[in-house]
Design a protein around this ligand. Structure first.
Ligand SMILES: [Zn+2]
Ligand SMILES: [Zn+2]
Length: 145
């Protein structure tokens, strides 16, 4: 018999190992969403939310693809339940996108200065030393940085 925590959702085996981390991140996410963002630029207010969403997806990605500590069933479950973003994980599997911060940073039409976001430019090719992308606050996510 699989473990049943509510009437509707059946949690796959291993869930109890990752639940505390995910619950913690969900709570942080709610906090960030409710933050009034007084005095910050509008885009900056979204950065913490991007960051936490990234952390959640990264956590699931690492557990399954790198550390191989969770089953495929549990991995798929997390994606289905929205604990991780299937789209960004698909990108992380591609060469050159292993560290991609968010999907918006690789969409050329969202950027007015270059074809991709400045944070996607490798460190040694950048002119500015300190950068912060306007979408998610990323300070550089090119592979090999
Ligand atoms: Zn980035
Ligand atoms: Zn980004």
């Amino acid at each position: 018999m699989p473990k049943v925590k509510t009437n509707r959702v059946t949690y796959p085996e291993g869930w109890e190992l990752i639940e505390p981390t995910l619950t913690e991140l969900q709570a942080k996410m709610r906090e960030a969403e409710n933050d009034p963002n007084d005095g910050k630029r509008k885009c900056e207010g979204l950065w913490p939310i991007f960051k936490i969403a990234h952390q959640k997806s990264r956590y699931i990605f690492d557990l399954y693809h790198r550390r191989k500590e969770i089953s495929k069933e549990l991995y798929e479950f997390c994606l289905d339940q929205g604990y991780a973003d299937r789209n960004i994980i698909a990108k992380w599997k591609k060469p050159g996108y292993e560290r991609l911060c968010c999907l918006r940073c690789m969409q050329p039409r969202d950027h007015n200065f270059q074809t991709t976001c400045v944070c996607r430019v490798p460190q040694h090719l950048r002119e500015e030393k300190v950068i912060e992308c306007v979408h998610c606050g990323c300070r550089g996510c090119a592979s090999g940085d």
